[in-house]
Design a protein around this ligand. Sequence first.
Ligand code: GLN
Length: 202
Amino acid sequence: MRVGVVALQGDFPEHMYMLRRAAEELSMGVEVIPVKGPHHLRDLDALVLTGGESTTIGLLAKKAGLLEHLRDYLSSGVPALGTCAGAILMAKEVRDAVVGPTSQPILGVMDISVVRNAFGRQRDSFEADIDVEGIGRVRGIFIRAPAIAGVWGGAAPLAYAQHPRAGRVIVLAQQGPLIASAFHPELSSTDLHRHLLGLAKK
Ligand code: GLN
């Protein structure tokens, strides 16, 4: 099996490491491929969009001629996991908690609306135990994280967080084989990477 990790900016080394660990735990043979250009999007069984800075990743993807290809690839039914900035890129609607509407390049492949910086500034980053439907409890690490403000159409919430200021918000959503996470599973456990490999195996 071949799994690509978009490697333009952000924490792609952590995702590559966790995918290899998840594969080992599941006794699956997985080749992990850093995706830097459209030519890397061939014969992949799954794809990861990393955390980082969604504006930067979107602009770099555009510059690399990757944005349209990624959009087509994700629309073709390949399983994908987008974490934090990656989840922002996958959403059809994006706004920022402070500045409102953003005009950043996005992929727009999931029926979710996302609010960037929903929990405050960098110093308001936090950790919380998150109960994920069908998976169990995972440690959620939220770094200047977005919240999933709404889901519609084919998307469904998989997990919520209770936050002192933001209230109860969706932090994980799935639409068919696409998963958007507001937090960083690549920094805590292999659960979501194993879930992704399971979707790719189907
Ligand atoms: N705040 C970042 C953004 O809006 C996301 C942060 C992250 O990926 N940890 O893109």
